[in-house]
Design a protein around this ligand. Structure first.
Ligand SMILES: CC(C)(COP(=O)(O)OP(=O)(O)OC[C@H]1O[C@@H](n2cnc3c(N)ncnc32)[C@H](O)[C@@H]1OP(=O)(O)O)[C@@H](O)C(=O)NCCC(=O)NCCS
Length: 163
C-alpha cells in the first residue's frame, strides 16, 4: 500500500504523539532509553513541540499518511537558498508501522520534495553509529557516508546521485 506525505498540521502532530513509541535505535545510552521508553502523551508538550518545529527557519515538517491515518513524520530542516542544502529526519510512529517499507517510501518522497520543490542541490543526514537500519535505507537512496561526529555517522546525497 502506498503512503503520501503532507505538511503536518497541529492535529496530525497530536495524532502522531498519542500513539508514539520510543525506538531504542535512536538511543546511545540504554539507561536513557529505559527511562524514556514508557512514553506518555502530553498535549501541552506536543503543542510546544509543534510550535517549535514549525517556527524553525527553513523547516518543512510532513506527516506520513497511510489512507487517513498518521503513521510517522519526516522533516527537511535548515534549508537555505544560499547553501541549497537541508537536513533529512524521519521517525515512524511506532513498531506497528515499521519494517513494512513505509519509512523508505517516506524518505523517498521527502527527497523528491527537497530536490524538486525546494530546489535543494544536496541533503545531509546523520544517524547514531548503531542505527544500521537507517543507514541501510540512506545508502539505498544514494546517500554517501562522509564521516563521523560525536557518535553519529554522517551522510550526504547530491542531487546527481539520487536513486
Ligand atoms: C528508520 C525508519 C524511519 C525506517 O522506517 P521503516 O518503515 O521501519 O523501514 P522500511 O521497512 O522502509 O525499511 C527497513 C529496511 O532496513 C532493513 N533493516 C531492518 N533492520 C535492519 C538492521 N538492524 N540493520 C540493517 N538493515 C536493517 C530492512 O531489511 C529494510 O531494508 P530492505 O527494504 O532493503 O529489505 C524507522 O524504523 C524509524 O522510525 N526508526 C526510528 C527513528 C530513526 O531511526 N530515524 C532515523 C535516524 S534519526
Amino acid at each position: 500500500m502506498d503512503i503520501r506525505i503532507e505538511p503536518m498540521t497541529r492535529e496530525q502532530m497530536h495524532e502522531m504523539y498519542q500513539d508514539f513509541q520510543m525506538d531504542p535505535m535512536i538511543f546511545d545510552d540504554m539507561e536513557l532509553f529505559e527511562m524514556a521508553k514508557n512514553y506518555v502523551y502530553n498535549p501541552e508538550k506536543t503543542d510546544m513541540l509543534y510550535d517549535m518545529r514549525i517556527a524553525e527557519e527553513g523547516s518543512h515538517l510532513f506527516a506520513v499518511m497511510l489512507d487517513d491515518k498518521v503513521i510517522g513524520e519526516v522533516g527537511l530542516r535548515h534549508y537555505s537558498d544560499e547553501t541549497k542544502e537541508c537536513e533529512l529526519s524521519v521517525h515512524m510512529m511506532n513498531d506497528s508501522v515499521k519494517g513494512k517499507g513505509y519509512g523508505t517510501q517516506a524518505e523517498k518522497l521527502a527527497i523528491d520534495y527537497a530536490f524538486d520543490v525546494l530546489g535543494a542541490e544536496s541533503i545531509f543526514t546523520e544517524s547514531l553509529i548503531k542505527n544500521t537500519r537507517s543507514q541501510h535505507i540512506m545508502e539505498k537512496m544514494g546517500f554517501k557516508y562522509f564521516g563521523e561526529e560525536e557518535g553519529f555517522k554522517q551522510y550526504r546525497l547530491e542531487k546527481k546521485d539520487r536513486v
